[in-house]
Design a protein. Structure first.
Length: 291
């Protein structure tokens, strides 16, 4: 075969190959070199939708396409405790109380679900003291790690999260104490957690936290849906820390997780009806309202 013909054929092949690459042939890329944004930075850069509900009360929400390796729909209620707002906990001893009903009855600005309850007969299953009176003690046999912390309210509009005292909940002096758990953050430190399904599985979650500058941060994360998969307890702890909380507690989650805003109604997607809508709200025993 003529050498000039072979040379021409090779040249034509090279020109054709180059033109194909210029048309957009994708070359291999090492994605292991991509630097992942930190959680705090991710939260700060998110395009949160915000509403000033009242002076010192902010509601914001965002659906993350990728956070904790999953899609998540997150609502945050931020309350400045320095503004003199009033926090109440409407409750029922038996039967069930929906967060939205308690919010409307109490003319609340925002509201969210409280702690654990008896799903058959209603009423709280963890220690609850209100207006200085013990409504009920933690029921016998209740998982200790789910009542190892509490939200404590004083008579001046203050709120904090504490660990369970060695002498028991009755030793806490403040007039309002609602136990829950697991405890997520204390003195700015994330707490160690038991390796149990309740902690390690992704679920809808409600968490109560307080920042160093005395703001109450309530997070409601939806779950059990392709639109929002929920968080583990460890992930929830990381989230609360990244939001600036120095103390935080997990409240009742699952189908109970509900966030309500005045003028908006239920703003998250409660999972109790198995649908990703605003209609799946579950009746609970305790509800936090702010006004």
């Amino acid at each position: 075969m003529n050498k000039n013909f072979l040379y021409s054929l090779m040249l034509l092949f090279l020109v054709f190959s180059c033109s194909k690459k210029e048309e957009g042939t994708q070359l291999p890329y090492d994605y292991s070199n991509v630097e992942k944004a930190g959680l705090k930075e991710l939260l700060e850069k998110a395009d949160w939708k915000k509403k000033d509900v009242a002076n010192g009360v902010v509601w914001k929400y965002y659906q993350f396409s990728q956070i904790f390796d999953s899609k998540q729909y997150i609502n945050i209620l931020e309350v400045d405790l320095k503004k003199g707002l009033h926090i109440e906990i409407p409750y029922v001893k038996t039967g069930f109380l929906k967060t939205s009903s308690a919010a409307e009855t109490n003319n609340a600005l925002v509201a969210f679900n409280g702690s654990y309850f008896n799903t058959s007969t209603g009423g709280s299953t963890t220690f609850f003291k209100y207006d200085g009176n013990i409504v009920n003690n933690t029921v016998s046999g209740f998982s200790a790690y789910r009542e190892n912390g509490a939200v404590v309210l004083d008579n001046k509009g203050g709120a904090k999260v504490i660990a369970k005292p060695g002498s028991g909940w009755a030793a806490v002096a403040e007039p309002v104490v609602l136990a829950g758990g697991p405890l997520l953050l204390l003195d700015g430190k994330q707490q160690s957690q038991l390796n149990v399904d309740f902690n390690t599985a992704r679920h809808p979650r409600t968490a109560f936290g307080v920042t160093a500058d005395n703001k109450m941060i309530v997070v409601v994360v939806d779950g059990r849906s392709s639109q929002s998969q929920g968080l583990t307890i460890a992930q929830l702890s990381e989230l609360m820390a990244a939001l600036g909380c120095t103390q935080a507690l997990n409240l009742d989650g699952g189908g109970s997780s509900t966030a309500w805003v005045k003028g908006e109604g239920v703003v998250n997607f409660p999972s109790d009806n198995g649908k990703f809508d605003h209609e799946g709200e579950r009746g609970v025993a305790t509800v936090f309202t702010v006004k």
